[in-house]
Write a protein that binds this ligand. Sequence first.
Ligand code: AMP
Length: 291
Amino acid sequence: MSASGNIEIVRATGEVRRRVAGWHAEGLSVGLVPTMGAIHEGHLALVRAAAAGSDRVVASLFVNPKQFAPGEDYSAYPRDEGRDAGLIADAGGDLLFAPSGEGVYPDGFSTSVAVQGLTEGLCGAFRPGHFEGVATVVAKLFNMVRADAAWFGEKDFQQLQVIRRLARDLDLGVEVHGVPTVRESDGLALSSRNVYLSAAERMAAPTLNRALLALADRAAEPDADIARAIREAERTIAEAGFGTVDYVAVVDRETLRPVEAPITEEARALAAAWLGKARLIDNVPVVPRGT
Ligand code: AMP
């Protein structure tokens, strides 16, 4: 991917608000796409969806220190604002909001937003403080930008459900939309962290998706043994060369609690596993037979 387009980059909250208020005064709707940069086709799908669903699109770029658990890759996280800006412009972004660390978390910042329940299982169990960091920064970005709607990827399915709940619980006034996961041709979900994979790891990486698709297929059977299908998925992932498998689960889409057969409503199969230095996550729908 090469970047060519131009987009205005705004850093101050007052300035992004002035721009958004100006568009609102013209009767235009404004969509927001929050990102941490290292833009790839997954992010661009969100920008395109936002451009299709609103008159103006603000993308934000902020590597949020609060959502990295201790020991995670905050300092190593890939950063290239110039390239990101060009790609977002080409995909239909109208403004890039790239606040500074102090702009988001000024000295003395002491507020934290915690969404209970939904954040306890799955990734929440392995990344202490992660979803509190996500909920806090998303609440803050929504208040800074004051867009009408925001687009998030299904690739981070638990995050998407946490943000939907956050927006609803706190009446943030932002409509939250999910966008299907963009994948490489071999099924690997695009992720900024895929750059950490060696050539051999990259070959093994699509097994995560394949194992989830096989699990979803089996879990959809009315007489499925879901616990056993999960164990087999874990084994498949481990045998492909992954290290620790943090979890494989089949859950209700709203509550994120494990479901049992027979599944009567669409559920979700999710997994997280380490491959070398990268922690990969993925998820797929589980569609009950006959619906
Ligand atoms: P990030 O920059 O990784 O925090 O991601 C910013 C947004 O892009 C989040 O809403 C992610 O869910 C979304 N996203 C990341 N990867 C993908 C992908 N492969 N397909 C669709 N959306 C994605």
